[in-house]
Design a protein around this ligand. Structure first.
Ligand SMILES: Cc1cc2nc3c(=O)[nH]c(=O)nc-3n(C[C@H](O)[C@H](O)[C@H](O)COP(=O)(O)O)c2cc1C
Length: 384
């Protein structure tokens, strides 16, 4: 791990350890992957304006998000099927998030049960809700999340249908879960090329079910997630019953515009995540950093504004905080680490981003998060 210098190194290690269908599931985006590329590239458009010759001994990274004190404003985004990347993937990632002093968000589409994930970590957990299986199934999931002391409910609003991930189609992602040996056969060789991963995967129980989606006949099988999502769109009307059932802080994830951010607040959100799902849904939407200023202005302090999509360096985090985000979430940055080497890889991802951020703050001449503001950057975009 000491030879791993940046997140790209972890990505390459994950590529070497994982079968192609699993690596591409993490790495890929929707359609032509324009938004996926832009999400990271847009950080290059923002330049720093440091204050030099300011002696900054230490950097205080502690902050609060929805009232929870965290040591690092880099949260773990919900990443479905993490159990495919590494045995007990969600539990492993949650444990590292807790050790790192930050929040882990568990996806509805996870391979580990919420109670096991909670038991695996001493840190706070948020639960991300999809309405797969319908309202009654979701209500039970909300009950379980509350029973496990999840401290916020994250409602993802940008998934009325799964984005078209061309790499998944080519790799036979659908065929591989069809259950028919004949249909699966042409795609099985990618697993044989990764025997170590395959052995670990089979030891962990092989093809997973979704323990947090409990249907009438038990946990949902690894069927076509796309079809399941299509039958379970969330709409603003759902927020009333979700609010009544949850009775705690709600985070709306997937706002792309000021209008949607305001609507989220009108429907009871305490925090809004400016997110395009890491470029996995509607290809062609603007990179999130570009829309952050308009959302921050529209929200006007009525809710906390978080950002994800494209973060690969601590300097990216600093730029998002300068443009008004309270904290950021990472998806692939820790998923690559998990796929590369389990807990050691996730820890390394966090360590890289944390030390990058501290170094960037010192080079900028700031010692605390409160000092990160627009005066420290030059950005070619702002409020529309
Ligand atoms: C493999 C993978 C699975 C994901 N699964 C979910 C999910 O189940 N629910 C959700 O709200 N977002 C999901 N996301 C989106 C992330 O929560 C987050 O928005 C995105 O990864 C941020 O972009 P980044 O990967 O560039 O950091 C997933 C992302 C990836 C890469």
């Amino acid at each position: 791990m000491s030879r791993v210098v940046n997140i790209s190194d972890l990505r390459l290690m994950a590529k070497r350890r994982l079968p192609r269908v699993v690596f591409d599931y993490i790495d890929g985006g929707a359609d032509a992957e324009w938004t996926l590329r832009e999400n990271s590239r847009v950080f290059d458009d923002v330049m720093f304006r440091p204050r030099s010759a300011v002696a900054t001994q230490s950097c205080d990274l502690r902050t609060t998000v929805l009232g929870t004190t965290i040591d690092l404003q880099i949260l773990f985004a919900p990443v479905g099927s993490s159990r495919m990347f590494y045995p007990r993937g969600e539990e492993v990632a949650a444990r590292v998030a807790g050790e790192s002093g930050t929040i882990y968000t568990l996806s509805t589409l996870s391979g580990c049960a919420v109670r096991d994930v909670k038991a695996a970590t001493r840190g706070p957990i948020w639960y991300q809700l999809y309405l797969i299986g319908g309202r009654d199934v979701a209500l039970q999931a909300i009950e379980r999340a509350r029973g496990c002391n999840c401290s916020a409910l994250v409602v993802t609003i940008d998934t009325p249908v799964a984005g078209l991930r061309e790499r998944d189609s080519r790799n036979g992602a659908k065929e591989l879960v069809s259950g028919s040996p004949f249909t699966m056969f042409p795609h099985l060789f990618q697993f044989l090329a990764r025997p170590r991963w395959l052995a670990a995967y089979l030891r962990d129980g092989g093809l997973m079910k979704f323990p947090n989606i409990v249907l009438a006949d038990g946990p949902m099988a690894y069927a076509d997630v796309g079809a399941a999502l299509e039958q379970s769109m969330v709409s603003w009307n759902d927020f009333k019953w979700i609010r009544e059932a949850w009775q705690g802080p709600i985070v709306v994830k997937g706002a792309h515009t000021a209008d949607d951010a305001r609507r989220a607040i009108d429907h009871g959100a305490s925090a809004v995540v400016v997110s395009n799902h890491g470029g996995r849904q509607l290809d062609g939407v603007a990179p999130t950093l570009r829309v952050l200023p308009e959302v921050v202005a529209a929200v006007d302090g009525q809710a906390e504004v978080l950002l994800d999509s494209g973060i690969r360096r601590g300097s990216d985090v600093a730029k998002a905080l300068c443009l008004g985000a309270r904290a950021v979430l990472i998806g692939r940055a820790y998923a690559y680490g998990l796929g590369a080497a389990g807990a050691a890889g996730v820890s390394r991802a966090v360590e890289i981003l944390r030390s990058d951020l501290v170094r960037t703050m010192k080079l900028l001449g700031v010692g605390s998060l409160g000092e990160l503001d627009r005066s420290l950057i030059d950005a070619p975009f702002g409020v529309r």
